[in-house]
Design a protein around this ligand. Structure first.
Ligand SMILES: [Ca+2]
Ligand SMILES: [Ca+2]
Length: 217
């Protein structure tokens, strides 16, 4: 004959025990969901950080042999406005169009730059042992520069950073919402904004800035 202690759980006791466990199970699944979300965000973040590192490494490699006196930049709207104002005083002033290559003047953000650099492939002291290198921000064909997400992918006015040191441009970075160049003295500053949609559907945006010292005249 069984004693009371040997009878195990009654149905009522079992229901009470299971009810007590529900919050614990819910908490465990909740933590799991948060952990998976964090992993997805971290993957997106590390993708973006890798793109920054690669792009800045490329710019550093290229700018090491750049000649300061050969630096040119793409005219922006304020360059055009300044030239139009100067032309009122001096009719000989040439007014550039937005995007034309101009001398680097005031340290405002511009969307591209180029310079001649000492060629790594040639030896000797020949003055023409240089090659033209261009870094440019180019809008994706599905976007126009209007502050609006035209193609509905969550990124605004996005494009690519293209490096050109030959005939065919090389894509350095994609999903770029901003690429800005400025120069003060010998210090070239590059600002980049990148956006990605994570696996969880949310947008992840980050901007980074780096300075590069131009040694050669
Ligand atoms: Ca877009
Ligand atoms: Ca747009």
């Amino acid at each position: 004959m069984k004693t009371k202690n040997q009878q195990g759980f009654s149905l009522v006791e079992l229901v009470i025990a299971m009810t007590a466990m529900v919050p614990l199970i819910m908490a465990a699944f909740g933590t799991y969901g948060v952990a998976m979300g964090t992993i997805k965000v971290n993957q997106t973040e590390s993708d973006v950080l890798r793109t920054f590192q690669y792009t800045f490494d490329e710019i550093r490699r290229l700018s090491r042999s750049a000649f300061l006196s050969t630096m040119r930049t793409r005219a922006n709207a304020s360059d055009v406005a300044a030239a139009e104002a100067a032309k009122l005083l001096d009719p000989l002033v040439i007014v550039p169009a937005i995007g034309d290559w101009i001398s680097v003047g005031l340290p405002t953000d511009r969307p591209g730059f180029r310079f001649f650099a000492a060629s790594g492939f040639l030896t000797g002291s020949s003055a023409d042992a240089t090659e033209l290198r261009t870094l440019d921000f180019v809008l994706d064909s599905s976007e126009t520069d209007n502050g609006v997400d035209d193609d509905g992918d969550g990124l605004i006015d996005e494009g690519q950073i293209l490096l050109n040191y030959g005939v065919t441009p090389v894509i350095v970075a994609t999903h770029v919402e901003g690429f800005f160049f400025s120069l003060v003295g010998r210090v070239m500053t590059i600002k980049i904004q990148i956006a990605r949609r994570g696996a969880d559907g949310r947008m992840y945006r980050k901007g980074m800035k780096q300075d590069f010292f131009i040694r050669n005249n």
